[in-house]
Design a protein around this ligand. Structure first.
Ligand code: LMR
Length: 333
């Protein structure tokens, strides 16, 4: 029933003539699942500001943060149907579409640091990945950064064996499923909007995310121990419904592309600081204990999770792994 409703709404939306008169601006709905006060949240608001400015008010961007319009899984389906125009999901969310290559970006300790990540995504691998979405009726406009993941539970996670038996919320990546499983955890996919309550009530014992997401969702208030492990990276692809985007008047699309390019630079320039500030805020709150791995402890995690690389071949394919190995100058097994 819901599908049928979405399909009808979508058909109406995609087929609706683009109204660009001064009286009725064309509306672009931009939905996402995180808070406004995060790198992605701020990026969406920056895009709104610039898009409305550059199109002289011919376009109005409505930003829906915090899953107010759609939850994780629903939002991509809604975009394909045309019920929403723009999203910025974490890249692991494309696998259910059959586009699994993005999950390679979730490999543990793949990117040495933030600069390595940023340079890689600006290069050919970034374009190659976005291109994969075209066959699904989706156009990828940009990569937006968040940062590196931390992990948490109600016990210190310092050794791989500390994960043993813990139910761990993951956002959907099978690569994350694999590395947490190798550490002994029992991963479980769950929508972002449901994580706080699941942690609070013990439906799951732990999770992974960036500092800005922990702070704004208050995960740190229901997790006694957070390990600042920075074991994997969280990034987003800003995407639009291809048909909608291609159907825009060329001058409007051009202005929106300019707005997106600038909003992307802005988002990617603030992400690191936003996460550093969020981590400082979490620490100041006194509501959780932060743990930092020693070199030996980190090596033990890396050893435990290393088989993920070999396993990933069967999941994401050799091509993307070879591509990344070359771009990042790393070994993939
Ligand atoms: C998650 O589900 O944990 C993330 O994808 C949320 C987000 O978009 O940052």
């Amino acid at each position: 029933m819901r599908k049928l409703f979405l399909a009808v709404a979508a058909a109406a939306l995609v087929l609706a003539p683009v109204a660009t008169t001064a009286q009725s601006p064309m509306v672009i709905k931009f939905s996402h699942v995180v808070a406004n006060d995060t790198p992605k949240g701020k990026g969406a608001l920056k895009f709104k500001e610039l898009a409305e400015k550059y199109t002289d008010g011919k376009v109005k961007v409505e930003v829906y943060p915090n899953s107010t319009l759609y939850k994780d899984k629903e939002e991509i389906e809604a975009l394909q149907l045309g019920s929403v125009h723009m999203l910025a999901p974490s890249t692991s969310k494309f696998a259910p579409l059959g586009v699994k290559e993005f999950e390679a970006l979730d490999l543990p300790w793949l990117f040495k640091d933030e600069d390595t990540y940023a340079n890689a995504m600006k290069g050919t691998i970034g374009k190659w990945l976005l291109q994969k979405l075209e066959a699904k009726g989706i156009s990828g406009l940009a990569f937006w950064d968040n940062g590196f993941h931390m992990v948490s539970a109600n016990r210190p996670l310092r050794k791989p064996s500390d994960f043993e038996g813990l139910k761990f919320r993951i956002s959907g990546s099978k690569v994350a499923d694999q590395y947490l499983r190798l550490a002994g955890a029992i991963p479980q996919i769950m929508a972002f909007s449901e994580v706080y309550q699941a942690l609070q009530t013990g439906v799951v014992d732990g999770c992974e995310n960036t500092a800005s997401n922990y702070l704004t969702q208050k995960f740190h208030e229901v997790q006694k121990d957070i390990t600042v492990s920075y074991h994997a990276h969280l990034q987003y692809a800003v995407i639009v419904n291809s048909k909608f985007w291609a159907g825009l008047p060329a001058n409007i699309r051009g202005q929106l592309e300019k707005a997106m390019a600038e909003a992307t630079d802005y988002t990617n320039s603030i992400a690191r600081q936003e996460n550093m500030d969020a981590l400082a805020e979490i620490k100041k709150s006194g509501k959780t204990t932060l743990h930092y791995l020693t070199d030996d402890e980190r090596k033990a995690w890396q050893t435990a999770m290393q088989p993920t690389y070999k396993w990933a071949k069967g999941r994401v394919g050799q091509e993307v792994l070879d591509f990344l190995a070359k771009e990042l100058d790393v070994k993939m097994n």
